[in-house]
Write a protein that binds this ligand. Structure first.
Ligand code: 13P
Ligand code: SF4
Length: 314
């Protein structure tokens, strides 16, 4: 986290002024840096950000999140300027689904309904029948007839979770998030030994064994809600550690422990893409009204239908 000093405070002031002058709304995902969330007008999970974008009448939407979130906002609001403070803020999960390869996969199963996680490029959404987020995937799959054949992509772990709770046998694309896919079961079991009363909160992008040992599996917003309403005093949080800021703010009397991700390549439980957005980049983006998110009109028209279907079904 960037340390809170005078210059951060003056950046925050500048951001507030610029935002008002320009009629902009600042939206931030829970995984953003704490200081970015502090200046945001709205903080949410992927579903809430999409819903909010669909509703806003602001002239400019500043998306403090990753690129696919900005694209989703732009597809929903083509007449608004959508800016993202760092255009390189991508997503390893979205990158794990190349549209050309995905089209080959879906074309090989033409009798299947194609469901894509919101963590995809606009090009993949354009090949999709219904978009889902981790906050509504179960509800949307359950609303489809029991015998409907379904392709689900790109997150394999989320797909396995939805198959397990709905009893479906969706065909799964083999994609993953480099943060969530690397949480270690062994490390969580060790933490649980040291904190036997702690409940384990797991994002469904984590591997199946972690989903199985969880007290609660859910989207970032669902985990936060659970922590708010549950009666335990301590929680082990198995998702990107940015959410701990929101959990501690919502429940100052409870203890939240960040789960470590441990393997040879990655020791970290932070999404380096989400953390690319800093207060300075946010100030610059508001001042210069760039980098702007653009989506090819034909792709956007095709991608809009499955996003609207999601919003109507959730
Ligand atoms: P939510 O849908 O819970 O916001 O999480 C998706 C995610 O991983 C954002 O990167
Ligand atoms: Fe993508 Fe994973 Fe980062 Fe979420 S946490 S934006 S899924 S790379």
């Amino acid at each position: 986290m960037e340390s809170k000093n005078i210059s951060q405070e003056s950046l925050a002031e500048e951001i507030k002024k610029l935002k008002e002058e320009k009629g902009a709304v600042i939206m931030a995902h829970y995984y953003q840096r704490d200081e970015v969330k502090e200046v945001a007008d709205f903080i949410g999970d992927s579903l809430a950000l999409a819903r909010k974008a669909a509703e806003t009448d602001a002239r400019i939407i500043v998306m403090c999140g990753v690129h696919f979130m900005g694209e989703t906002a732009k597809i929903l609001c083509p007449d608004r300027k959508v800016i993202i403070p760092d255009a390189n803020a991508g997503c390893s999960l979205a990158d794990s689904c190349d549209p050309v390869e995905f089209e080959k996969f879906t074309s090989a199963h033409p009798d299947h309904t194609v469901i894509s996680y919101v963590n995809t490029s606009a090009a993949v959404k354009a090949l999709t029948d219904i978009v889902v987020t981790s906050g509504n995937a179960r509800k949307i799959v359950e609303a489809l007839p029991a015998d409907e054949k379904i392709i689900f992509g790109p997150d394999h772990n989320l797909g396995e979770y939805i198959n397990s709770v709905t009893g479906r046998s969706m065909l799964l694309w083999n994609g993953a998030c480099h943060v969530h896919d690397r949480f270690s079961l062994e490390a969580i079991v060790e933490m649980k030994k040291a904190h036997p009363g702690a409940k384990v909160l797991v994002h469904p992008e984590c591997r199946r064994p972690l989903q199985i040992i969880a007290d609660k599996v859910g989207s970032t917003a669902a985990l936060l809600d659970f922590a708010r309403t549950d009666d335990a005093k301590e929680y082990i949080v198995v998702t990107e550690s940015g959410i701990l800021f929101d959990m501690r703010k919502a429940c100052p009397e409870k203890t939240f422990l960040a789960a470590p991700a441990q393997d040879a390549e990655c020791q970290c439980n932070e999404c380096d893409y989400m953390r690319m957005i800093t207060l300075k980049k946010l100030r610059d983006a508001l001042r210069d009204e760039k980098p702007e998110i653009t989506v090819d009109a034909e792709v956007a028209a095709k991608a809009l239908r499955p996003i609207e279907r999601m919003l109507a079904m959730s």
